[in-house]
Design a protein around this ligand. Structure first.
Ligand SMILES: [Zn+2]
Ligand SMILES: [Zn+2]
Length: 213
């Protein structure tokens, strides 16, 4: 599988734009590309997609982690270009997208052959658990529900080996000890401590980062 960071506060590839928010594209075998979150504004999202040669019309699934504007802001612009994608939102989200199929997620569910949602945790947010040859890779938006509860929920799909995404104020660092990939993005407040504690596992996040697993 391949995950590309499309929208982030930091930059990993020259020529892209940064902005407060998060979006990533997830490509796995036997499924159309999945867009996880849409950043804060459509112009930046679509600009970065163009630079990364991502065609918004090819996206088959859009998953929104939670209903904060820095994750949903680009959705309406994407939907203008993409009429067919299935949309998954956490159940607490009030989604009014006339004419679109919106799946509200409360319990853990399978989205494609190798992509699963943790279900809505703590009444606010869902994260993804992706099955790879190395185990489960977790992709999180802001982790408002707590990194520990996300890792616990994802563990029902297999052994978690890595996490990518916004970790917010998370500092229960021992929870990450058994992971081999730690890529804190967006709202993560303790990036420098994570980098220091997990030097070998740490990958710096930024718009344009591509991880192949
Ligand atoms: Zn948030
Ligand atoms: Zn956020």
């Amino acid at each position: 599988m391949k995950i590309t960071i499309v929208y982030d506060n930091c930059l990993a590839k020259a020529g892209l734009r940064t902005g407060w928010g998060f979006s990533s594209l997830i490509e796995v075998e036997n499924a159309l590309p999945l867009l996880f979150d849409t950043g804060a504004d459509g112009a930046t999202l679509l600009y970065n997609m163009k630079q990364l040669s991502i065609d918004p019309r090819q996206i088959g699934t859009i998953v929104i982690s939670h209903a904060h504007g820095d994750h949903t802001g680009g959705l309406s612009d994407i939907l203008k270009m993409n009429k067919d994608a299935e949309i998954y939102v956490p159940a607490s989200t009030v989604a009014t997208l006339p004419g679109r199929k919106v799946i509200t997620v409360s319990q853990p569910i399978q989205i494609s052959e190798s992509v699963f949602s943790t279900g809505e945790l703590k009444g606010i947010e869902q994260s993804l658990a992706i099955k790879t040859g190395k185990g489960i890779l977790v992709v999180a938006g802001c982790s408002h529900s707590g990194v520990g509860s996300i890792l616990d929920a994802a563990s029902c799909y297999g052994k978690v080996y890595g996490i990518v995404g916004g970790l917010h104020g998370f500092r229960d660092f021992s929870r990450l000890e058994n992971l081999s990939l730690i890529c804190p993005c967006h709202c993560t407040q303790h990036k420098s401590e994570l980098r220091r504690l997990f030097t070998d596992q740490y990958i710096a996040c930024g718009a344009g980062l591509e991880l192949e697993q």
